[in-house]
Structure formats: structure tokens, C-alpha cells
Design a protein around this ligand. Structure first.
Ligand code: ATP
Ligand code: MG
Length: 802
């Protein structure tokens, strides 16, 4: 058995093998980027299931004969399916059953990868391992027992946009000023209160005691928010974990059930756990104490979300007798990339120092390019990728990482111009499209009619003559009488003020009831198609003939693929609620299909745990990265530096870091100095290039901004329809020819510019947040009150706007 194990894990180094094989007791695996932490986690599970407890002990049981060992050795080298049973008999001493193992990671993508790799190593048995994100594990626990906390098990999950909408309503109802009490800010407070496990009432009492006037108001909003969510039988992302922790803390039988069930608890990226996640891990592992956490204090990048490195630093004191294993060999990157990253992170003070080494070659030096402006930077990135591609690399070997999503725009345009296929992770996602959200809202309401928010979204969509006033009346009745909106809508006749609308409301209620009845009869896909027809949604889109509506209809149908996908992959009994859970938990990374050959673009935060042969880190400038908020704040600066370390260590073979002398972002042009992080890379590891090598600009140059191209000036002033196309020969946009360019111009339409508020026929009121000229047209980003931010081509959208 020992030999079989040794052979099976022969590719791991000594420390890795030790970590994979010591099965019992608390274990902290603390190691730098690319040292194989996640790899160990996977092997550890394989070991648990194949060989089980005590596989690190030196004792070979007496019943194992030399012939057995010889057989095992031969078997591991060249498995013979016919003799599998024999091999298994020999290997198994006390193997763990799959459902006694829970492995948690942060993103769905990481969880998916984990499952895939486990299945490859262990076959179908791997399906029964709970390998998931914190959130999906918690949803599973809640569906079983949440009734103890007064919710019903068909609860809905609100995403961030849903939560913001509820807060917005409350702020309005409380007559608070939306500028002083911005929904996002309030949600931040609520999230921190939840992380500290404070429910609305307790938080309010605390704020009142402290006598902070503003906080008291925020706390009141929180209390009301909590009430509305409860009434709608809805949970937001924080609630999912908070309520699970409450369940485990307050109900002994629930806690004991899971503590008995999960003999082995494993957590990846432990440095990013917040208090709630920490509590959850501690509760789950409280029985057997077989907890293995894996992390890197240098990669803790979610402090702003309440993550605390303390969880990793205090592991040894929390679990007396914990083993700590460090890994020091990096298997991911070339020596130059590794040395450069080490040199940057070394400037942080609050860290458990460690040094990574590699057996890899030096590789190419880190390329630092200083661009004139953001166009130049984008063009540089595109050019490098094109030349790499023609040298035989795939598109997918390249990743572009930036600090903020807003930075993606320029790069995206350069990719379009150069015909480079790309995919933005975290941009407008399929599930964020209005029509997809509409269909999901229908499904949510069918699943849980008490979901007020979704009900509001669809009650008159497609239009059924249920006006805003009716809805407001119904809402106010619901609020004063403490009922759900559905309750009021489905019994509208009872209230005099709803008499007029009652027949229409009844019709709507009938529609929903009818659909609810169907869920028991039809399979999900057939049910969905029926829903699309019965609600009149498809008919609405079919009537209109614009390209946009055709796309919307396609998206509505495209949701079927997601349903099918869910059916194909779910391990549980498929259900509407199960499908909705899965959709609600999609994070930014989930749209990324690793098999599609395209360059991926994402924020540095989303890149955690991933690796790519070639990585571009763009916008490495003071004020952007590190961000303006971190300058002068040592703790935040250290977090930015850790983020830089995460970004740099994603690269396996080539690392580019770029900055620009001048950059327009959020409509303003700035001249930023190159980031201090660039200066922290030792000269031996860097090769500088660009118009003006960084650090060598004179003061004069910095004060005198380079002339901007005509395109930019058009952008600054807003884009006018019916005007001339951006000046030819501007150099910035030689071939942004939209099909409409050169075609007869439409009659002059009103000019739209950033900051204008508009009225759109379909989406209602909105604010233009961005105008980007493209060929003879412009891409406008409009933040609508009703449907969130949409990006529209101005020419086709203008006919619907005033
Ligand atoms: P991060 O901190 O970025 O999450 P990590 O420590 O989890 O990184 P892994 O992703 O597990 O590191 O491994 C990094 C790379 O090194 C992977 O490509 C993995 O296949 C490879 N690797 C890990 N261990 C070994 C080994 N013993 N021999 C060869 N390659 C290895
Ligand atoms: Mg990892």
C-alpha cells in the first residue's frame, strides 16, 4: 500500500506529498503563488477516497504481501480494468466516503475545475463530494433547514442589483437624500454588520447607543431591508452565509448532523475568508477537526469585503496542535517573473515572510511599456498578442488584467479593430440582460409568488394594462397590511381602491397560478417554452421588428440552453428552484468557457487562482494601481501590493506591465506617474520600452499634455448624431467602420452627451454615463432606472429616445 501511494503521488514534492497524505487533524498549508496549493488539495481528496485514513503512516499492514505490492506497483503503472476490484481491495483500509468530504473554494469556476479534476482521478464517485463555493454549499444546507429561521425552503436569492433596488425604494420611502445615502454605501454598511453577525435590530440598538445620527438612519434602512426581504422570502448573498452560520450555531441537531457528516473539511484561498466564512468553516469542522485550509497571506485581496488575514494567521492558535506545512517551490512561472513578483511583495511589512524558488529557466524579462495614452497602450497590447498568435500561440494563452472594469473599454476597441477574439469576464453578462432577467423573474415568481421585487418587474411586462398607479396602490396596501404584493394582487377585489384594475389583476394572477400548476406536469424545458408563450413575452418581441428585439428574442430562447445545461449537470433531482439557485449563484467568472479560443480580459481580483502563459497587467499607474484611495494609507497600499503580486503571479511565461503618460478615464484626462510597483521590480528583471521610458520624463512634459486626437475631442464634447463621422486620419480609428458609415444620414437627431438624462420608450428614464464614438455611430451607456445599465448603439437607439 505504501508503495502504491508513493507511486500514485510521485509527482508531488516531499512537502506536497506530506500535505496530501496526512489525513487527520487540522492542517494549514501556507504557501506562495503557484506552489501547488490547489493541486495538493485535489490530491488530498484523492488520497482520502482511495486510501483513506492513516495513509501517511509508515506501517504496512501485515496482510499486505510482497506479491500484493508487486501487483499494486504494476497496476499503478499500467492499470488493468479487469483487475480493478483486486486493486481496490488491496488499497482500501479505511477510505472516506465521498459525501463525508466538503471542499470549498471561492468562485464557481474554481469549484467546477475542482470537480472536473476529481472526477478524472476518481471517476463518478467524485460526484458525491461536496465540492462547491461557500454560497452553494450554504444554499444546500439552507434548503434543508431554513424553516427553523422562519423562511420557507423555496426562498429566492437576490443578487446585488436586486438588493440595491430594494434599498433605493426604502431610501425613497424614508425620504432620505439618495446622494447622502447612496444605496451602494448603505449596502456596504449592511454587509459589514452582517459579517459581524448583527441583525437589523441589534445593529440599530448599537448605533442608537453610539448616538451617530447618520448611522442610526442607515441602521433603520437595514432593519426595513431585512423586513422586506423576509416578507418576500428572499435572501441576499450575505444572508446565505449568515443564516447558515445562525442555523449551525443555534440548532444543536443541525450542527451535529453536519459535524458528523463532514469528516473532512477543505478550504482553498483561506486568506480571503471573512468572519462569517470563518465561522462557517469552524462550525463545520467542529466535530472531527479534520480541517485543511490552504492559503497565502500575500494574496489576501478582499480586505475591503471584510476578509481578514487574521483567519490564516491565527489558525495555529485556534487549532492547537495544527500542522503547518509550507511549500516553497513555484511550478508556475519563469524565474524572472517569480523574482520580479517576490521583489514587489517584499515591500510589504505585515506578512509571514517566505521565499519561493523555481527550477524553471530565467525566461524573458518582464516587459514594461510606457504608452503615450490609453489608445497607444491598447494598441501595444493588441500588437503583442497578434505577433504571439502569428508565432503559433493560441488566443486563449493571453490574459489582460486591469484594476477596474472601466479600463476594459479601450482594450476592447483595439481588439475589435485588430480582429482579436476576446471575452470580457465581468462585463455585461448574459444573465444581466433585461430580457433574461425578465424571464428569470417570471420563473422566480412561479417558484415563489411572495417575491415582491420580481413580481413588480413582470406584473406589467409585457404590458397588460396594469398601470403604475395600480401597482403603487397594491404595494401600499401590501405594506400597511403586512401582506405580500402577490397576496394583494391575487385578491384585488377585496379593496375598493383596486376595483377598477381587479379584472386585469385577476387575469394576471390566473396566469401565474396556471403556470404554477404546470410545473408539476411538464419537464423544465417544456415548461419554460410554455411560459414564454403564455406570458405573451415572445409575442411582444415578435411583433416588433428591430434587430434589437430579434436579439432579445434569441436571448429569451437562449435561456433554454442554460436550463438544459442545468439538467445535464445537476446531481440532485432537477427542479425549478434548483435551477434558479444555480443561476443566482453565477459569479462573473462563470461565463468563461475555457475551451473557447479567445483572449480573456478581467479584473485582477477575478484572476485569483488562475494561470495563463502570457499576462498583460495594464494601467500600472499611480492613482489607478495603486488606486487613489490607497495613496497615503499604508494598510490599503499593502492590499494593492498584494493585488499586484496576485496579478503578476498569474503569468507562466511572459509578463507585460504597461502604463500611459496620459489617460482618459471616466471622461477626464489625467497624467499619472508610473506606479511605484514598477519601480520595485529589480532592473535585472525588467526590459523597458515605449515612447518615453518611465521615470525619465521631464516635469515640463508632464505639465504639457500631448495633443489629443480629434476623436477624443469629439468624445469630450459628447457625440452628435447626424454630424460628421470622426475625422478621417485621426490615427486612432482607421477602420471603425460601422455598417452605417457612409450610408445616407438620418435626419439630424438631438445630440446626446454624457450626463444627459433621456427618456427611452422601452426602458424609461435613464442617465447617459458614457458616449464612445464608433465609426459614424456611437456606443452609449445609459443607466436606466428600470433595467440598470445598457449599452446601445446610438443610431438605432435614438429613435426610441427623447
Ligand atoms: P495560487 O496561489 O495562484 O492559487 P497554487 O499554489 O494553488 O497557486 P496551483 O494552481 O496548484 O498553485 O499550481 C500551479 C501550477 O503548478 C499548476 O500548473 C500545477 O499543475 C503545477 N504544479 C503544482 N505542483 C506541481 C508538481 N509537484 N510538479 C509539477 N507541476 C506542479
Ligand atoms: Mg490555488
Amino acid at each position: 500500500r505504501r508503495q502504491a501511494i508513493a507511486l500514485e503521488f510521485q509527482n508531488l514534492n516531499d512537502q506536497q506529498r506530506q500535505a496530501a497524505l496526512c489525513t487527520e487533524g487540522p492542517l494549514l498549508l501556507l504557501a506562495g503563488a503557484g506552489s501547488g496549493k490547489t493541486t495538493v488539495l485535489i490530491h488530498r481528496i484523492a488520497n482520502l477516497m482511495k486510501y483513506g485514513r492513516g495513509s501517511d503512516s509508515d506501517q504496512v499492514p501485515d496482510w499486505v504481501t510482497p506479491e500484493d505490492l508487486a501487483f499494486l506497483e504494476g497496476y499503478v503503472r499500467a492499470p488493468d480494468p479487469a483487475r480493478k476490484a483486486e486493486q481496490e481491495r488491496l488499497c482500501r483500509l479505511d477510505p472516506a466516503v465521498p459525501w463525508s468530504i466538503i471542499a470549498i473554494t471561492f468562485t464557481n469556476k474554481a469549484a467546477g475545475e475542482l470537480k472536473e479534476r476529481l472526477e478524472r482521478m476518481l471517476g463518478p464517485a467524485a460526484n458525491d463530494i461536496w465540492a462547491s463555493t461557500f454560497h452553494s454549499a450554504c444554499v444546500r444546507i439552507l434548503r434543508r433547514d431554513i424553516d427553523r429561521l422562519g423562511f420557507s425552503s423555496s426562498f429566492t436569492i437576490y443578487d446585488t442589483a436586486d438588493s440595491e433596488r430594494v434599498i433605493k425604494d426604502i431610501v425613497k420611502d424614508f425620504n432620505l437624500d439618495e446622494k447622502t445615502f447612496a444605496p451602494k454605501t448603505i449596502l456596504g454598511y449592511i454587509s459589514r454588520a452582517k459579517d459581524a453577525m448583527k441583525l437589523g435590530k441589534a445593529y440599530l440598538a448599537e448605533c442608537e447607543k453610539a448616538g451617530d445620527f447618520r448611522l442610526v438612519r442607515i441602521a433603520r434602512v437595514y432593519a426595513e431591508y431585512e423586513r422586506r426581504l423576509r416578507e418576500a422570502n428572499a435572501l441576499d448573498f450575505d444572508d446565505i452565509i449568515l443564516h447558515t452560520v445562525r442555523l449551525l450555531r443555534d440548532f444543536d441537531d443541525v450542527r451535529e448532523y453536519y459535524q458528523k457528516k463532514f469528516r473532512y473539511v477543505l478550504i482553498d484561498e483561506y486568506q480571503d475568508t471573512n468572519n462569517l466564512q470563518y465561522q462557517l468553516a469552524s462550525a463545520l469542522a467542529g466535530g472531527y477537526r479534520n480541517i485543511c485550509v490552504v492559503g497565502d497571506d500575500d494574496q489576501s485581496i478582499y480586505r475591503f469585503r471584510g476578509a481578514t488575514i487574521e483567519n490564516i494567521l491565527s489558525f495555529e492558535s485556534q487549532y492547537k496542535g495544527a500542522r503547518v506545512i509550507r511549500l516553497e517551490q513555484n511550478y508556475r512561472s519563469t524565474r524572472n517573473i517569480l523574482e520580479a513578483s517576490n521583489a514587489v511583495i517584499r515591500n510589504n511589512e505585515g506578512r509571514k515572510g517566505k521565499r519561493l524558488w523555481t527550477e524553471h529557466e530565467d525566461g524573458e524579462k518582464v516587459q514594461c511599456y510606457t504608452a503615450m495614452n490609453e489608445h497607444d497602450e491598447a494598441q501595444y497590447v493588441a500588437a503583442q498578442i497578434l505577433s504571439d498568435y502569428s508565432a503559433g500561440r493560441g488566443w486563449r494563452d493571453h490574459a489582460v488584467l486591469y484594476r477596474m472594469n472601466a479600463q476594459s473599454n479601450q482594450i476592447e476597441q483595439a481588439f475589435k479593430r485588430n480582429g482579436i477574439p476576446y471575452r470580457i469576464i465581468g462585463g455585461i453578462r448574459f444573465f444581466d440582460r433585461a430580457e433574461v432577467k425578465d424571464m428569470l423573474a417570471y420563473l422566480c415568481v412561479v417558484n415563489n409568488p411572495g417575491d415582491d421585487l420580481r413580481l413588480q418587474r413582470i406584473i406589467n411586462n409585457p404590458p397588460r394594462g396594469i398601470g403604475a398607479t395600480t401597482i403603487e396602490r397594491a404595494q401600499s396596501i401590501a405594506r400597511t397590511e403586512g401582506r405580500s404584493l402577490w397576496d394583494v394582487v391575487s385578491h384585488a377585489k377585496q379593496w375598493p381602491e383596486l376595483q377598477k384594475a381587479a379584472p386585469k389583476l385577476a387575469q394576471f394572477a390566473e396566469l401565474i397560478e396556471g403556470l404554477r400548476g404546470l410545473t408539476g406536469e411538464l419537464e423544465l424545458p417544456a415548461f419554460y417554452e410554455e411560459l414564454v408563450q403564455r406570458t405573451g413575452y415572445a409575442a411582444m418581441l415578435e411583433q416588433k421588428h428591430t434587430v434589437e428585439d430579434r436579439t432579445r428574442l434569441e436571448n429569451v430562447h437562449e435561456l433554454l440552453s442554460s436550463i438544459q445545461n442545468y439538467l445535464d449537470n445537476t446531481e440532485e433531482e432537477p427542479s425549478l428552484a434548483g435551477f434558479l439557485d444555480e443561476i443566482a449563484l453565477y459569479t462573473d467568472l462563470d461565463n468563461h468557457d475555457p475551451n473557447e479560443d479567445c483572449v480573456v480580459m478581467m479584473t485582477m481580483h477575478s484572476a485569483k487562482g488562475l494561470e495563463f502563459p502570457v499576462v498583460f497587467v495594464v494601467g500600472v499607474e499611480e492613482g489607478i494601481f495603486p488606486g487613489i484611495r490607497a495613496i497615503g494609507e499604508p494598510a490599503e497600499m499593502e492590499e494593492e501590493r498584494r493585488l499586484c503580486y496576485v496579478a503578476m503571479t498569474r503569468a507562466k511565461e511572459k509578463l507585460y506591465m504597461t502604463c500611459a503618460c496620459q489617460r482618459m478615464l471616466f471622461g477626464r484626462t489625467n497624467s499619472n506617474r508610473p506606479s511605484r510597483f514598477l519601480g520595485e521590480i529589480p532592473p535585472e528583471q525588467v526590459e523597458k520600452s515605449g515612447r518615453l521610458p518611465y521615470g525619465e520624463r521631464s516635469e515640463g512634459e508632464r505639465e504639457k499634455p500631448a495633443r489629443r486626437t480629434p476623436v477624443r475631442r469629439t468624445y469630450d464634447r459628447g457625440f452628435s448624431l447626424g454630424g460628421s463621422a470622426p475625422a478621417a486620419g485621426s490615427g486612432a480609428a482607421p477602420d471603425w467602420k460601422s455598417p452605417a458609415a457612409g450610408a445616407p444620414q438620418k435626419a439630424a437627431a438631438p445630440a446626446f452627451r454624457m450626463g444627459d438624462s433621456v427618456q427611452h420608450k422601452a426602458f424609461g428614464r435613464g442617465l447617459i454615463t458614457k458616449v464612445t464614438p464608433m465609426g459614424g455611430d456611437a456606443l452609449v451607456e445609459i443607466a436606466f432606472d428600470s433595467v440598470g445599465t445598457k449599452r446601445l448603439m446610438l443610431k438605432s437607439a435614438a429613435q426610441y429616445m427623447q
